[in-house]
Design a protein around this ligand. Structure first.
Ligand code: C2O
Ligand code: CU
Ligand code: CU
Length: 475
């Protein structure tokens, strides 16, 4: 028996199928944007990726926007040649992968214009959603914004045995925001201080997308590849979903939640169940409103910095509309156990380090600091013994801005937050974590085993480019 409501939704859905999307008002958002069919990232083929500048202002890897998805089996050797025909220096960093220092894309290791670099390394990572992007100091924000970012998906036997949704039901979603549909990066005013915020969501390079799904369970791989935008992911009808993986791969077991914070650089894999949705219905994946400042009152504002373009940090944003269009396979039972996860504990800690995230007043450049320092290419800031476990404390003295802190060459587990209990995105192995205004976040860090020069930086790309970055040497 079909209810009147379902019937109405079905008929509206039928209208959508005839191409009337833009005429359909959606509950909960003021003005409805024209929606475009979501593109899926191209899969990598071949052994060379060439960086080029396109006429539309985008920077492309392999001619694609976003960059093609790379895939690797844990335990294999990965090789790829990157050729630089951009017209400016670039390089590639494998975000989340533990690779030798000379393969890590440190900003001192640039691929000059017209040059190329052969990357080759063993993939030692657990199955997970990793990504790759340039790391040209002071140019990272522009190069990523203009399109140089892609997925790097690792699989392993443990993951394959779980029977998670696969094939068309395993969907990578690369989340960004831009200004209008402009692909060029044009920072003005306080963009360096606040981070470059857009007003238009792009998913896999598609502005304001919709995606046609079956009434089935999906595995969504979410990557925040935005310069500065933090997403608070929710489904518009507040339905619960299951978090199954964070930055460094699968959790021990699924975590049910209705919302998930994802800062720049972070990834999450979630299972979303559309199997009980009627054909013709839709549900929006949104970024819900949240408060940025510590002291209330900011209500999603910029913390008083003044003029900037783009939707304010913390304001609500529609990301992608899922239109349920066809029947799908019935979802089996959710696995209760996902993967084995080594837990770090205080007994393993050999040393504590503290990183104070600060602000310099009265400057327009180099505003955000770590331990009062701005990045210097040739200065080594920390020397850390490879293969050890350390306790790292990030203490924010910044009352206005959230900093997504990221480390190369190591992974960590979040131990505590001074602001309250850990959230779902604090679970599992991480390489990037949000540090809220005036908050202290304590991390148990497993230092990687590759010696050499790595980085610690804020993944708000404007902050990193502006100097909120330190050199960390693994010794
Ligand atoms: Cu995704 Cu050093 O960064
Ligand atoms: Cu990284
Ligand atoms: Cu920052």
């Amino acid at each position: 028996m079909i209810s009147r409501r379902d019937f109405l939704r079905a008929s509206l859905g039928g209208g959508a199928a005839l191409g009337l999307h833009s005429l359909l008002p959606l509950a909960g958002c003021g003005h409805e944007a024209k929606r475009n069919l979501l593109q899926l990232p191209r899969e990598m083929s071949g052994t060379t990726l060439t960086a080029t500048a396109a006429m539309d202002g985008s920077f492309r890897l392999g001619g694609a926007l976003p960059a093609p998805t790379l895939r690797a089996q844990s335990g294999s050797t990965f090789s790829l040649a990157v050729m630089n025909q951009l017209g400016e220096p670039t390089n590639i960093h494998w975000h989340g992968l533990l690779v030798p220092a000379d393969m890590d894309g440190h900003p001192k290791d640039l691929i000059q214009t017209g040059g190329s670099k052969q990357f080759s390394f063993a993939v030692r990572q657990r199955a997970g959603t990793y990504w790759y992007h340039p790391h040209q100091h002071m140019g990272t924000g522009r190069q990523i914004h203009q399109g140089m970012a892609g997925f790097y998906l690792v699989t392993d036997a443990e993951e394959q045995a779980l029977g998670l949704p696969s094939g068309e039901f395993d969907v990578p979603l690369l989340l960004q925001d831009r200004r209008g549909e402009e692909l060029r990066y044009t920072p003005i005013g306080n963009d360096m201080a606040d981070g470059y915020l857009g007003d238009t969501p792009f998913v896999n390079g598609t502005p304001n997308p919709f995606f046609e799904v079956a009434a089935a369970r999906y595995r969504l791989r979410l990557l925040n590849a935005a310069n500065a935008r933090i997403f608070k992911l929710t489904l518009a009808d507040q339905r619960p979903f299951h978090l199954i993986a964070t930055d460094g791969g699968l959790l021990a077991s699924p975590v049910e939640t209705t919302s998930l914070l994802l800062g720049p650089g972070e990834r999450a894999e979630i299972l979303v169940d559309f199997s009980r949705d009627s054909l013709g219905s839709s549900v929006m994946l949104q970024s819900a409103e949240f408060t940025v400042g510590s002291g209330g009152g900011h209500g999603g504002g910029h913390g008083g910095h003044g003029s900037s373009s783009g939707t304010p940090q913390g304001a609500a944003m529609d990301l992608v509309r899922f239109d349920v269009k066809r029947q799908g396979p019935a979802p089996g039972a959710l696995p209760s156990r996902l993967a084995s996860l080594d837990r770090l504990d205080m007994q393993m800690v050999q040393r504590t380090r503290r990183f104070v995230l600060g602000m310099r007043e009265g400057v327009t450049e180099g505003m955000h600091t770590i331990n009062d320092k701005l990045f210097e290419m040739a200065r080594v800031d920390e020397q850390v013994p490879a293969g050890t476990v350390e306790l790292w404390e990030f203490q924010s003295t910044d009352a206005a801005v959230i900093h997504p802190m990221h480390m190369h060459g190591m992974q960590f587990q979040v131990l505590s937050r001074s602001s309250g209990p850990l959230g779902p995105s604090d679970q599992g192995w991480k390489d990037t974590t949000l540090v809220f205004p005036m908050e202290t976040v304590r991390l148990l860090v497993r230092i990687g085993t590759d010696r050499g020069l790595f980085l610690l930086h804020c993944h708000t790309l404007e902050h990193g480019d502006d100097g909120m970055m330190l050199n960390v040497e693994l010794t």
